[in-house]
Ligand binder design. Sequence first.
Ligand SMILES: Nc1ncnc2c1ncn2[C@@H]1O[C@H](COP(=O)(O)OP(=O)(O)OP(=O)(O)O)[C@@H](O)[C@H]1O
Ligand SMILES: [Mg+2]
Length: 266
Amino acid sequence: MTTLLQVDSLCKSFGGLQAIKNVSLEVEDGEIRGLIGPNGSGKSTLFNLISGVYKCDSGSVRFDGADVTNWEPHDIAAKGVARTFQLLRMFTEMTVLENLMIGQHCHVQYGPFAAVFGIGRVAAEEKRLRDEMMELLSFIGLADFAEVPASEMSIGQRRLLALGRGIAMKPKLLMLDEPAAGLSPVNVDNLMSIMVQLKKRYGLTVIVVEHILKVVMDTCERVTVLDHGEKIAEGSPAHVRDDHAVIEAYLGREMDDEEVRAAMAG
Ligand SMILES: Nc1ncnc2c1ncn2[C@@H]1O[C@H](COP(=O)(O)OP(=O)(O)OP(=O)(O)O)[C@@H](O)[C@H]1O
Ligand SMILES: [Mg+2]
């Protein structure tokens, strides 16, 4: 196994608030990693630091053999990191299929193709892309909605579409920020089976932030736990589920004792 992502002693403050404190973690190529922790523990901030949306105060991020610390978001994306956002961002006036295709245009070589082979070749390339995106829509269970405007999709369907857009970027690492939020129970199961197939089908490494702990506990090989910006535990789902510090981090916050145990048990 080779290390795809190596985060070392990362720190980030917002004014007086230390949102990420000295966090280190390594994610292996092909791994599905869970990232959990109470509200405000720094999960989204860590995603924003890795994807270049925020600049860190100190520490480093290495990805696929390069030091990508504080690179611009588009450079990190080009290197192979894609992410979805906790708050959904998409083009609601476009159809579901168009939303997937728009993320793809950097992979279509209009310039050289059009110049050397003419416009027919561009049309062929467009068709190939369309077929590929339709296959992806089938994979995420939205094939029947290809021509529907994104504005008419439910929140759960938009979550799946956001996942599809991440996959369509053909990254090496896909970071998912609460992909199950707003999904019906059937779609949560659907999402979980998609997540475990991502590696086999698209060769992806995944980091997933999720409050529905069942998703993390049932799909991830290893789980990292943040609390108040610090890493408090890491290991197999079974290991973190029994970790005293993890249970305490969740206690007295947004869940009561019973809810924590129920959630941890999946
Ligand atoms: N741009 C920002 N400016 C100021 N404070 C911020 C900013 N982004 C995050 N924070 C603060 O940093 C802390 C960590 O926030 P973050 O969004 O990373 O938590 P989280 O673990 O993703 O929480 P949740 O589970 O609610 O999504 C919080 O106290 C938050 O208010
Ligand atoms: Mg968050």
